[in-house]
Design a protein around this ligand. Sequence first.
Ligand SMILES: Cc1cc2nc3c(=O)[nH]c(=O)nc-3n(C[C@H](O)[C@H](O)[C@H](O)COP(=O)(O)OP(=O)(O)OC[C@H]3O[C@@H](n4cnc5c(N)ncnc54)[C@H](O)[C@@H]3O)c2cc1C
Length: 404
Amino acid sequence: MTEFSLDLNEEQRDLRDWVHGFAAEIVRPAAAEWDAREETPWPVIQEAAKVGLYGFEFIANCWADPTGLSLPLANEELFWGDAGIGMALFGTTLAVAAIYGAGTPEQLVEWVPQCYGDTDRPAVAAFCTTEPEAGSDVAAMRTRARYDEAADEWVLTGQKAYATNGGIAAVHVVTASVEPELGSRGQAAFVVPPGTEGLTATKKLKKLGLRASHTADVFLDDVRVPGRCLLGGRDALRERLDRARSGQRGNSQAAMRTFELSRPTVGAQAIGVARAAYEYALAYAGERVQFGRPIIENQAIAFQLADMRMEIDAARLLVWRAAWMGRNNRPFTAGEGSMSKLKAGEVAVSVTERAVQILGGAGFLREHPVERWYRDAKIYTIFEGTSEIQRLVISRAISGRQIR
Ligand SMILES: Cc1cc2nc3c(=O)[nH]c(=O)nc-3n(C[C@H](O)[C@H](O)[C@H](O)COP(=O)(O)OP(=O)(O)OC[C@H]3O[C@@H](n4cnc5c(N)ncnc54)[C@H](O)[C@@H]3O)c2cc1C
């Protein structure tokens, strides 16, 4: 018998409530301070590590959920608490996911624990792929990886832009071009171990939002890493390059699938931000009295809130669908991963903007968190593929054409 249910199971409800508790008690009360300080919230990371919310075991447990919903559930709750602190905690996952996705089991065992550090002294990791001249156009990557056969070392040279945790990370995972003629199919990912010479970074970049999360440009000046730092190993790389040279498809499709798989998680973060703003605006509209009645008793306000709620729920359903499809190896024939991130990102922007409007002048002040949520929401139409790039993926998937 085929069963259908949108009910969460007990484990998922427990996970959601547990992460929500941490977000409400630890993250949200600290949010304004770390936003203003624009610094990495190490004490919060340490607290998260202590309770088991920061570390590979937590992520591995989420990945193990056969419905795929655990990761979006945890992300929505954590980012409901605060997106800047959320990203300070989840930025490491980008690098870990790259090691998990492209690395061998030995590489996973060697590097993932170093990404997180230990409970007393947690570490963070960075995934560095964007470059000054290669943002949306990943194939334009100029960072080069050259193999020094005699030393069994890879030599990395180039510059990376906007890396979350860049320069403060223990482990940097860096993508580089091994065969530039092959475009994105000639690229590979490398682990740069802690303390490696030649890797430097700018100071933390000043941002509109997500200010607790560290973002920096990273420079690679003849950075030498041991041969074993090539994720997946040399044989797998050789096979991949041979396939690409002979014009076979598959490799770039695999890369595309990896992106599509991570998008529902990012969408869930955007929903967390949107939901925070919606809940706050709903409560405010019930209390704020003008013209002798709470402002929510005006249709102009109540209908806004109705739309905000509907849009959040619609986005969440797209996120859950894509997360379920990804976990159960269903092909994304219509760019469903992109759909989920696109919708959630745009909902976060519109819902937080409406929340500011519902609060009126109060919404513009730092005294209320909606101005921060409004600033934070905007990143979700930009990183992990801009809204335009998501539309490209969807339109190509549904049309089978090379839409430009
Ligand atoms: C806070 C923050 C954290 C980040 N963290 C990381 C990280 O950890 N690791 C990492 O590697 N990167 C990271 N990034 C980089 C991020 O992924 C890129 O900024 C993003 O992919 C867009 O690239 P870009 O900024 O170069 O914009 P561009 O590619 O220059 O795009 C500029 C504009 O042109 C549009 N555009 C481009 N091409 C097309 C097209 N073909 N059709 C239509 N429109 C198009 C875009 O949608 C956008 O609106 C981060 C960025 C920020 C701001």
